[in-house]
Design a protein around this ligand. Structure first.
Ligand code: GLN
Length: 471
């Protein structure tokens, strides 16, 4: 059943939300015991929300775009009274007293919040293997020896594995929505920076973080965007954009759009089966396209992204010192000693690496050479994209250069090889451009993904174009 149909049935009182929610929770627990997609399942909250919705339906008072729909939420997006840790031991025991704006908007539209999904600690990774100390690593839904992708790995895996209608709220700084969508074979939409409120999200890098949906279909992503997009007084970086109905783009002709492939992303370094599959699908759908080059992005985006993101991350993580939130240690010694002890014991290895890298890049003496230069490069990269969008509606590339790797394969990668994996995704994230990953088939038993990028606030075009592939 399509999610929109499910919601219609709920509205008509043909589906009991409580019964459905209980089945969803039972399945989620079962999946979780094998695949580790949730850091916590909010059973009581979900059942309570479901009962209230059923009551309203009986009283003829129920309304909402997500009525009765289960929604899972990446752990870094806070949910009132549900442990929210961003996948880090340092936030163990933190139960927020408020809902993030996106979660509140979902609840206001009748959603049932079922739990917090697994992720790389604070979003630091592309495989969901950098989980916090004591957390379990989510496993790929097609092959347990492989990764889900990251950092929103739990959202990707669960969206693939569940048999029920469900949408997940995920987050991307440099590719964390589209990467796990690719490796898990689902749809993931990262919106324009500023379109969706970040209020109540635990920051990784403020100038880059975006919240967006992951789900089985693009239609579900469009539905969720209808709910979460729009200005929020609490987030000064959220934009007062015109309200759109993203679902309406599904009825438009995707073939009317002007399309170009990003040439460099189909060459060396990309698994040939992926390049071939994308081109074959375009040809079989009779979609004509040009090829363009984005040399600046290809050459500089990784360096600029990792400088900027680690710099911002290192400042953001300073607040986790074992005083205000989460993990505490025995209070002894001076502040510096206590601070070091808490952070040594409760941050994982990758978080520590990024704190060191980021602190270095913004130190006086180095700031101009690294951070400020990265800021300037970012502007150049945006200009390069803008030029391309003066001619084209959609740019296409593989979402990831490889199919989901095994855990053993990832262990052999150096930090630099790890970071380079993001070559396709960091550019649009640095430029704040919307991008969408969809599954376009299978190779060697694993999902193959294609990514589409459009100009700022042109999410509609991504939806319109991608629909051609879901027919
Ligand atoms: N893989 C990238 C990183 O590690 C992106 C992660 C993200 O978007 N949160 O920074």
């Amino acid at each position: 059943m399509r999610t929109l149909e499910f919601i219609e049935q709920v509205k008509k009182g043909k589906i009991s939300v409580e019964e459905n929610t209980k089945k969803v929770l039972e399945e989620a627990e079962k999946i979780n015991s094998e695949y580790f997609y949730f850091n916590s399942i909010s059973k009581e909250l979900a059942i309570q929300q479901a009962r209230e919705i059923d009551k309203k339906i009986k009283a003829g008072k129920a309304k909402g775009m997500l009525l009765g729909l289960p929604v899972s939420v990446k752990d870094c997006i806070v949910v009132k009274n549900v442990e929210s840790t961003a996948g880090s031991k340092i936030l163990k025991g933190y139960f927020p007293t408020f809902n993030s704006t996106v979660v509140q908007r979902c609840i206001d539209e009748g959603a049932v919040i079922i739990g917090k999904t697994a992720q790389d600690e604070f979003g630091f990774g592309s495989f969901s293997i950098n989980v916090g100390v004591g957390f379990k690593t989510p496993l790929n839904p097609f092959d347990k020896k492989r990764v889900t992708g990251g950092s929103s790995g739990g959202s990707g895996g669960y969206s693939q594995k569940t048999k029920f209608n469900q949408i997940s709220l995920a987050e991307s700084t440099g590719g964390s929505i589209v990467c796990p969508a690719a490796f898990c074979g689902v749809a993931g939409l990262c919106p324009t920076y500023g379109l969706v409120s970040r209020w109540g999200m635990m920051d990784y890098a403020n100038s880059l973080d975006k919240i967006g949906p992951m789900a089985k279909t693009v239609e579900d992503c469009a539905l969720m965007l209808n709910v979460i997009a729009g200005r929020d007084e609490k987030d000064s970086t959220s934009v007062d954009s015109k309200k759109e109905d993203y679902l309406s783009y599904l009825k438009k002709d995707g073939k009317k759009l002007k399309v170009a492939l990003i040439k460099e992303t189909f060459g060396e370094g990309t698994d040939e089966v992926i390049s071939k599959k994308i081109k074959d699908r375009l040809v079989s759908l009779n979609i004509s396209y040009d090829e363009i080059e984005l040399p600046l992005n290809y050459k500089y985006s990784i360096a600029a992204y990792y400088l900027m993101s680690t710099t911002e991350a290192s400042t953001n993580l300073a607040k986790y010192c074992g005083m205000r939130y989460g993990a505490h240690e025995k209070l002894e010694g001076g502040f510096n000693e206590y601070f070091s002890k808490v952070r040594s014991l409760n941050f994982g290895q990758e978080a520590k690496r990024r704190i060191i890298l980021g602190t270095f890049a913004r130190m006086s003496g180095f700031r101009d050479a690294y951070y400020m230069r990265a800021v300037k490069v970012r502007t150049k990269l945006i200009e390069e994209y803008k030029k391309a969008f003066s001619k084209y509606d959609i740019l296409i590339c593989p979402t990831m250069p490889i199919l989901a790797p095994t855990f053993d394969e990832t262990k052999k990668l150096t930090p630099l090889q790890n970071y380079i994996i993001d070559i396709m995704t960091v550019g649009p994230n640095l430029a704040g451009l919307p991008h969408l990953s969809i599954n376009i088939g299978m190779e060697k038993g694993l999902p193959v993904a294609m990514m589409m990028i459009s100009d700022h606030f042109q999410e509609g075009k991504l939806i319109q174009f991608s629909k051609e592939f879901e027919k």
